[in-house]
Ligand binder design. Structure first.
Ligand code: ZOZ
Ligand code: NAI
Length: 719
């Protein structure tokens, strides 16, 4: 709803009231419409101030209403009526003005923002466009190029950036509402025509056509098949080239095609999933709302390689003092230089001073006596990590949380090396750790709810999307990646090339195909893991066939490349060829194609054409199948957890919702049928055998994804 009050004699104050973000629900729209009408018709009212309750202007349209038939007044007529009114309306923006919230503010004649406020049109991240006039008014206010940037990326801007761009008229660190009221009095009676954005001409680059063509090209490249960013450019083009009313028509048409699209549904599911994972739970019954996090005043990172450096940067950027430890002076110096330059670069990007004083570099574990939490990021070696945990246990305070960034090792074994196993959890960051949003918080059987709550809370403070998961080899993300990667190399044995596989995955929407990613992260990473699992190297039983391990199909191709020193970008060659070691541009490598042919003939394998459909079905459905097993095992609490991990950590295209959402969208019976087909064709690949949860869901009539937890619960209760 919206509350109407009269203050300072002649000012009508309209306060949006719909906690927690004052979203524009039907009741709020009705309230605003009624209140504006009242203010405009009351002769004693000279000006209007619009604000939101509890320090939040407005978080936009009520996304929860999108799935239901529209009721109440439309947003567009409500907004138009404000702009057309004959009394000045001042938006007092505190907290957020996002989406429909900013569109509402753009209809006001003046905008005053608190310096901490954030503004933006994030509709594109929900598979939509700002269709309450946002695509038409913003270009008329700040020009086509700046508006296009905000609308196609959906990024939020600070109040200061909004002032520079011309979105707001004033920024204040005082009481925003008081200032807005003073301001409203001062402008009452002034002509309103120049303040109505719909009547302005947008400022356009002189070479508008080529500018828009270039923008469309860039947006299409970045969109990876998402349709909303393309519609954003089309809508802004309409603003630049058509009168306002025709632009609004175009905006409406574009929105109509997006509003009911599968992509919009997927992206809105992602939005709510991201929030669902914050309400974590453990099989023990511990939950987000019954477990209290401990405050972290000081932290430590051990091992300043690829991961440790990024983790240290994240902590410092969040304002947490850090002790950063390496094993020797030489490595410490190299790491110090690297961490310092990342901090300086990042600070420069944000126009801030780097917080270099917050980090203390050391080679002495004794420096960890005062820290509340340690994140270990040494080599992926169980014996070494156990040794580190034993030392930490004797050096640190008894109540210090000891976390590991291991990407696959057993958290419980590390816990067993300490005096307080309940304070041990995994904090699995993703590379580069100061950039990637995902954090898997891994609880072992002995991890306490407080330790999980503390790691989840810390993740939030670092700006991460944190997902609590159980302990198993590879946890959720990497465990699902294994069958996916296996299928990709099996397809090479059967006749595909890395280029074909990558192209299919990139057309699906991944930023990079599996082989490009492997070249980027280094083939030796997986090699080491396979050695550890006894799949290659000295652990393999003598006489075992090259293509069978532990009774099932195995592909030695990645090991063979590693043995030849083809470790990916860092050695200038891997699945692709690069112009030099460290080169970034992947080129097809004729050597590799010959090598694949020789390999096939050596093993008596007949190459056959592999279709794009087969690539997608085998790679994605085997990954999804593992996701069902993870749910069955209780490693992830729900499909939303898995999907959030894949969207934020593995480049799964958000407009496809995540792997589990995708399975639902394709149809569970189809996924089951395809897995049955492929597992019959390849009986030596157990990962292709459909999981029993998938079968159960299909038997239960393939319920919608938000009902899967109930089916999982019945599976668990029968165990
Ligand atoms: C043909 C039809 C024409 C239709 C025309 C429509 C035109 C439009 O212009 C469409 C739109 O406005 S779409 C909405 C655009 N707004 C956004 O994307 C903002 C979404 N919210 C946020 O970013 C953060 O919540 C925010 C930054 C605001 C706050 O972050 P926090 O971290 O403080 O809090 P959260 O945990 O994210 O949120 C708290 C609870 O509020 C729920 N929520 C947030 N925004 C919502 C929104 N816009 N609608 C409905 N619910 C919303 C959020 O789900 C969470 O609830 P719980 O999950 O229950 O805790
Ligand atoms: N590289 C990646 O993409 C990811 C790696 N991880 C995990 O993070 C951990 C670290 O991986 P990276 O950073 O890639 O390794 P890295 O090899 O780049 O760095 C490891 C660092 O630990 C240091 N170190 C070794 N023993 C030490 C000791 N006893 N005390 C202090 N420092 C010591 C080494 O000098 C080295 O600088 C591993 O467990 C890995 O599985 C997790 C997620 C992603």
């Amino acid at each position: 709803m919206a509350r109407y009050t009269r203050i300072a004699g002649s000012i009508a104050l309209i306060t949006l009231k719909n906690p927690p973000v004052n979203a524009l629900s039907a009741a709020v729209r009705q309230g605003i419409t009624d209140s504006v009408g009242r203010a405009l018709s009351d002769p004693e009212v000279e000006a209007v101030v619009l604000c939101g309750e509890d320090g939040k202007f407005c978080g936009g349209a009520d996304i929860k209403e999108f799935a239901r038939p529209m009721t109440g007044p439309g947003l567009v007529p409500m907004i138009d009526a404000i702009e057309a009114g004959e009394k000045p309306v001042v938006a007092a923006i505190e907290g957020v003005a996002l989406g429909g919230g900013l569109e509402l503010a753009l209809a006001c004649h003046y905008r005053i923002a608190h310096y901490k406020a954030r503004l933006g049109l994030p509709e594109v991240t929900l598979g939509l466009i700002p269709a309450a006039g946002g695509t038409q008014r913003l270009p008329r206010l700040i020009g086509v190029p700046a508006a296009l940037d905000l609308i196609t990326t959906g990024r939020h801007v600070s109040a200061h950036e909004a002032l520079k761009l011309g979105i707001v008229d004033r920024v204040t660190d005082r009481n925003t509402l008081e200032l807005a009221v003073e301001f409203a009095k001062s402008v009452s009676g002034q002509p309103l025509a120049p303040r109505r954005l719909s009547t302005r001409q947008p400022s356009c680059p002189t070479d508008l056509d080529s500018f828009l063509e270039g923008a469309m090209l860039r947006v299409r490249q970045r969109a990876r098949g998402a349709i909303a960013p393309v519609a954003c450019v089309q809508a802004v083009r309409a603003a630049a080239t058509l009168p306002f009313s025709q632009g609004m028509e175009q905006e409406k048409e574009l929105m109509a095609s997006l509003f009911t699209s599968a992509q919009a549904r997927a992206m809105q599911y992602c939005f709510f999933s991201q929030r669902t994972v914050g309400r974590w739970s453990m099989p023990s019954g511990a939950r987000w709302d019954n477990s209290k996090a401990q405050p972290i005043h000081k932290a430590a990172v051990i091992g300043l390689g690829t991961m440790g450096r990024g983790i240290a940067v994240s902590l410092v950027q969040a304002g947490i003092p850090v002790v950063a430890v390496e094993m020797e002076t030489k490595q410490l110096e190299v790491a110090k230089h690297a961490v310092t330059s990342i901090l300086e670069r990042e600070a420069q990007k944000r126009g801030k001073e780097p917080k270099l004083g917050l980090i203390h570099f050391s080679i002495d574990l004794q420096d960890l006596r005062e820290v509340d939490l340690v994140i270990e990021a040494v080599f992926e070696d169980m014996a070494l990590k156990k040794q580190v945990f034993r030392e930490l246990s004797s050096v640190c305070r008894p109540n210090a949380f000891l976390c590991t960034n291991t990407s696959s090792l057993d958290v419980n074994q590390l816990a067993a090396a300490t005096r307080m196993p309940e304070l041990v959890v995994g904090m699995h960051f993703f590379a580069p750790a100061h950039v990637m949003k995902l954090l898997e918080v891994v609880y072992g059987p002995r991890s306490s709810p407080v330790a999980v709550a503390t790691a989840m809370q810390l993740g939030k403070r670092l700006g991460k999307v944190s997902v609590a998961v159980g302990n198993c080899h590879g946890f959720v993300g990497n465990r699902m990646l294994m069958p996916y990667m296996e299928q990709s190399v099996f397809l090479l044995e059967e006749g595909a090339t890395p280029e074909q596989v990558d192209q299919a995955l990139e057309e699906f929407g991944f930023p990079m195909g599996v082989f490009r990613v492997s070249d980027l992260s280094g083939l030796d990473v997986g090699w080491k893991v396979r050695k550890g699992l006894g799949l290659t190297g000295p652990g393999v039983a003598p006489g075992e066939s090259a293509r069978i391990r532990q009774g099932r199909r195995y592909c030695p191709l990645p090991d063979l490349l590693c043995k030849q020193g083809r470790l990916g970008q860092k050695t200038g060659k891997g699945w692709y060829l690069y112009d030099k070691p460290g080169g970034r541009v992947a080129k097809s490598d004729p050597w590799l194609h010959n090598f694949l042919e020789e390999y096939r003939s050596q093993h008596g394998l007949q190459a056959h054409p592999v279709s794009q459909q087969e690539v997608l079905e085998r790679c994605l459905y085997s990954l999804i199948n593992e996701g069902f097993r993870i749910l069955e095992d209780g490693i992830a609490a729900g499909p939303e957890d898995i999907d959030t991990i894949y969207v934020f950590g593995y480049g799964w295209p958000p407009h496809r919702g995540g792997p589990m959402f995708h399975a639902g969208a394709v149809g569970l019976p189809t996924v089951l049928e395809k897995l049955e087909h492929y597992s019959q064709a390849h009986p030596d690949i157990p990962q292709l055998q459909p999981s029993s949860l998938l079968r159960r869901l299909v038997t239960a009539g393939s319920p919608p994804i938000h009902k899967w937890r109930e089916v999982v619960k019945t599976v668990h209760s029968q165990l």
